[in-house]
Design a protein around this ligand. Structure first.
Ligand SMILES: [Fe+2]
Length: 236
């Protein structure tokens, strides 16, 4: 059976290498052998079926049990598009992040920064019929990560998307404009192409900003193809 969904290849330089020397842990876990090409069948192109009924959406990270998390409240929204610029509807988008002090609500995070009882740092949402998504959270903090001396991650929010099926799986990170840590970050800079790196940076959006309540940031995501958002490995 021929591939039912002929995805276009990524543009050269738009995706990070599997082994990025400045990003230490990639060397320990990247594949050492050439991948085996598996035939793309209808199953890979159309599964899994991730629905709001099975995975209830939670689009507000900014409070727990009605109590506000500490930090700058923000709204993040945008569109999920495919390589042809078509909206990807009903796609599950999962996001997770550190709190305003730069610490994850996770037992593996031992960073000497306070936890916030009103911030869990995870959300799940689904794009609408036009590919739009939106959630509320607080601006995360930067945190150290021991990749090299005095290494600090720029402020970021992790993303996982499934699109219309496994073939459109995307794991990436969203960054914030003007962050002085961006030029120093081996994960961000593992993406060779500057224009592709820029696609990882949200932009401040007054249209998403809610007066008297929250700042707004726009972050569009393109699944596969020459304009695709760079796919980043999870460093955690
Ligand atoms: Fe992170």
């Amino acid at each position: 059976m021929s591939d039912p969904t002929p995805y276009a290849p990524h543009a050269p330089g738009s995706q990070p290498p599997l082994d990025a020397p400045a990003y230490g842990s990639t060397h320990k876990r990247h594949p050492k052998l050439a991948p085996i090409r598996a035939p793309l069948t209808l199953t890979e192109a159309t599964s899994p079926r991730l629905t709001p009924e099975r995975f209830p959406p939670e689009a507000d990270m900014s409070r727990v049990n009605g109590k506000d998390a500490l930090g700058q409240r923000i709204i993040v929204g945008g569109r999920v598009l495919d390589e042809a610029g078509r909206p990807v509807p009903h796609a599950m988008v999962e996001v997770w992040q550190a709190n305003a002090a730069g610490r994850y609500h996770h037992p593996g995070d031992t960073h000497d920064a306070p936890l916030d009882p009103n911030f869990l740092g995870r959300a799940r949402l689904f794009t609408d019929a036009e590919g739009w998504y939106r959630y509320t959270t607080i601006q995360p903090g930067a945190y150290p990560w021991r990749n090299h001396h005095n290494a600090w991650r720029p402020v970021h929010i992790h993303y996982s998307l499934f699109g219309a099926g496994f073939a459109q799986r995307m794991v990436t990170q969203m960054y914030f404009p003007g962050d002085p840590l961006l030029p120093l970050d081996p994960i961000f800079n593992a993406v060779p192409d500057e224009a592709a790196r820029d696609r990882l940076i949200a932009r401040f959006d007054l249209e998403l900003t809610v007066p008297e309540w929250a700042l707004g940031y726009r972050f569009d995501i393109v699944l596969r193809g020459p304009a695709a958002t760079p796919f980043e490995e999870d460093h955690a």
